[in-house]
Design a protein around this ligand. Structure first.
Ligand code: DAK
Length: 258
């Protein structure tokens, strides 16, 4: 395999994964998708990692889409197969990961890049970021969950407009529309992500993982979000974190979750 397309860094319990193809504006080729998939699974399996920050290298792009040069020659069957594989391998994996992912959107987040950011649990954008799903301008539709996740985040009408016009929106509009949680200056982007991560790491990782599962259940075919909540709420009572959290409250001290 050629040189790695991602960089992994650790800072206390926060793991930063940086997509590192700046010359191609961090476009997602299949190697990068495989490496990201592996990196997310590894981070999730490590007890010491409580939050993942996902970003792109350089100041110009988070990810400018799937690698157009790679998918330009795909056939109908390859398109379907690769779309399904991509969903399973990266986009659904990210959304359903029990470790929360913060997408630090540091520039263009287009097509597969915005789809990746939308698979994360929290999105923070720099004020120079531009977001869009330009797929129809290339004769395809969003193929990594964009038709579903964009409508869930901004509503059907705005999603239809963004998809059909293939246009880009500013970070400011993305925040107004509920597509990103926060907007910062370029310089403060990682600091803001770490500030949010710092609040998350103080809490119970097992409870956060179960809460992610319950929230996502509402968006999963055949699952009932309320039933999942009831089930997972019950399961919390069997965890060490529940014992520690409630004991700490009674003893008037801060919880020390392992
Ligand atoms: N793929 C490959 N290379 C890309 C790229 C991309 N998506 N985006 C940019 N690059 C490359 C450019 O080709 C250029 O490389 P060189 O020519 O220098 O070798 C380099 O990055 C710098 O780009 P520009 O010179 O174009 O930079 P500008 O500042 O002028 O423009 C831009 C920035 C972001 C406006 C522009 O680069 C641009 O429009 N990029 C393409 C945006 C886009 O259309 N993205 C793709 C959306 S479609 C699939 C599932 C899903 C998908 C596909 C397949 N399957 C399951 C099979 C999803 C598709 C999409 O994401």
């Amino acid at each position: 395999m050629s040189e790695s397309n991602i960089i992994i860094e650790n800072n206390d319990s926060v793991r930063t994964i940086t997509i590192n193809r700046p010359k191609q504006l961090n476009a997602l080729n299949s190697q990068t998708i495989s490496e990201l998939s592996q990196a997310l699974k590894e981070a999730d399996a490590e007890i010491g990692v409580k939050v993942i920050v996902l970003t792109g290298s350089g100041e110009k792009a988070f990810v400018a889409g799937a690698d157009i040069k790679e998918f330009a020659s795909f056939s109908v069957e390859e398109g379907k197969k690769l779309s399904k594989e991509g969903h399973d391998k990266l986009f659904d994996l990210a959304q359903n990961l029990s470790t929360p992912i913060i997408a630090a959107i540091n520039g263009f987040a287009l097509g597969g890049g915005l789809e990746l950011a939308m698979s994360a649990h929290i999105r923070v954008a720099s004020d120079n970021a531009k977001m869009g799903l330009p797929e129809v301008s290339l004769g395809v539709i969003p193929g990594y969950g964009g038709t579903q996740r964009l409508a869930q985040l901004v509503g059907r009408g705005k999603a239809m407009e963004m998809i059909a016009t293939a246009g880009m929106i500013s970070a400011e509009d993305a925040q107004k529309w509920g597509l990103v949680n926060h907007v910062t200056t370029v310089d403060r982007l990682m600091e803001k992500c770490h500030e949010i991560a710092g609040k998350i790491v103080k809490n119970s990782s097992s409870a956060i993982g179960l809460a992610i599962k319950a929230v996502n259940a509402n968006y999963t075919d055949g699952e009932n979000g309320f039933e999942t909540e009831i089930e997972e709420f019950g399961n919390c009572f069997g965890t060490d974190d529940f014992k520690e959290g409630t004991t700490a409250f009674i003893e008037r001290r801060k919880a020390n979750f392992k």
